[in-house]
Design a protein around this ligand. Structure first.
Ligand SMILES: *Cc1c(COP(=O)(O)O)cnc(C)c1O
Length: 383
């Protein structure tokens, strides 16, 4: 990186964008078009058909790439479409190692869709690097991890996982949706690519579904661009524009999520109505030291154990500011019960083995005034 590389907030506001050359418009226009005029056969301005490329999408891809410290970005129509595109760069017979506590939709995609097509998966608790090593096969070509995980906030040592992957000519791909590049830069720790559900913190306003892959690896980006063109799970220009508007405030929002997240985690931990709090920023988190080493902040995601489905249910019904809903990472606070909602597709035995109990409640702490949020939780927590 150049000495005078702009800092994070400056990149968030400006990277990938310049005033529109035709009008001077400060904001990147929503290029709502499916095709582009050619001056002669094959003579064009770099854009031929909008599945292949669109200037609003190009701006978003360059913006988030700059935030992750990547050379390239590829945007997809959802987070799972981004993950699918990466997995489909591998071929039938190849082996993929996936974290056992990943997002429920990732687990479903791998177990119920891609394994039918001949990709071979192992699901591994990646908190221990030795467990990744032990799952390696001759055919292992991809390792996908999420850190911190949803909803138990397990941490995986990214640098250690990268070393294991690279000893075997496999790629390490990190789902960085929870930490965002503001708090964690997997590529700098050795990962080959980062995936995001931009539905969450990158967009930050709960009004878009989208995904991105960021990488500096030429083979990966070539494959991903080919996948955008060939499989077509690309986002429309309006959605790209909305995410681009969201990333401009990513640093400011993440600071606020982190401040509120820490305050609420500490407050919950001190309350005896709560059995356990899962938040990597708490010294009581078993992997707090590792989290501090590879993250510069912890954001607004945390979970708490209330002991039973009945108590979790009573809590979720009683909050007024925290709204009962799936998803996360927006400016507004949300509450959910993973076992019944985001992880409903994961078989019950597997869920319980993972620690996703019926009494586990997940909070996505927003950027409202934290005193109001604490009053809301205090009022709603069952005796
Ligand atoms: C939501 C989510 C996804 C899936 O993204 P969609 O945009 O909903 O398809 C993947 N990984 C994580 C960590 C998520 O939270």
């Amino acid at each position: 990186m150049a000495d005078n590389e702009p800092r994070f907030g400056t990149r968030a506001v400006h990277a990938g964008q310049q005033p529109d050359p035709t009008t001077g418009a400060i904001m990147t226009p929503i290029y709502q078009t499916s095709t582009y005029a050619q001056e002669g056969i094959g003579v064009h301005k770099g854009f031929e058909y909008a599945r292949v490329s669109n200037p609003t999408r190009t701006a978003l891809e360059a913006n988030v790439a700059a935030l992750e410290g990547a050379e390239y970005g590829a945007a997809f129509s959802s987070g799972v479409a981004a993950i699918e595109a990466v997995a489909k760069l591998r071929s039938a017979g190849d082996h993929i190692i996936c974290g056992s506590n990943v997002y429920g939709g990732t687990d479903r995609l791998f177990r119920q869709v891609l394994s039918r097509l001949g990709l071979d998966f192992s699901f591994v608790d990646t908190r221990e690097p030795q467990a990744i090593e032990a799952a390696i096969k001759e055919e292992t070509r991809l390792i996908l991890i999420e850190t911190p995980t949803n909803p138990l906030m397990h941490i995986t040592d990214i640098a250690a996982a990268a070393e294991i992957a690279h000893a075997r000519d496999a790629w390490l791909v990190v789902d960085n949706t929870f930490a965002t590049p503001y708090f964690q830069r997997p590529l700098a720790l050795g990962a080959d690519a980062v995936v995001h559900s931009s539905t969450k913190y990158l967009n930050g306003h709960s009004d878009v579904v989208g995904g991105l892959v960021l990488t500096s690896n030429d083979e990966l980006i070539e494959g991903l661009r080919f996948m955008q063109k060939s499989a077509g799970a690309v986002p429309g220009p309006m959605d790209c524009w909305l995410v681009l508007r969201g990333t401009k405030t990513l640093h400011v929002r993440m600071q606020a999520h982190d401040r509120n997240g820490r305050r609420i985690a500490e407050w919950l931990e001190a309350d005896d109505r709560v059995q356990q709090v899962f938040f990597a920023g708490l010294p009581s988190h078993p992997q707090h030291e590792l989290a501090k080493r590879q993250m510069s902040g912890f954001g607004g995601m945390l979970s708490l154990e209330l002991g039973s489905r009945e108590r979790a249910d009573a809590f979720c019904r009683a909050t007024r500011i925290f709204t009962l809903a799936e998803s996360l990472g927006g400016v507004e606070s949300l509450i959910s019960v993973p076992a019944a909602m985001t992880h409903g597709a994961v078989p019950k035995e597997l869920r319980e083995e993972m620690g996703i109990t019926e009494g586990l409640v997940r909070l996505s702490v927003g950027i409202e005034d934290v005193e109001d949020l604490i009053e809301d939780l205090d009022r709603a927590l069952p005796r």
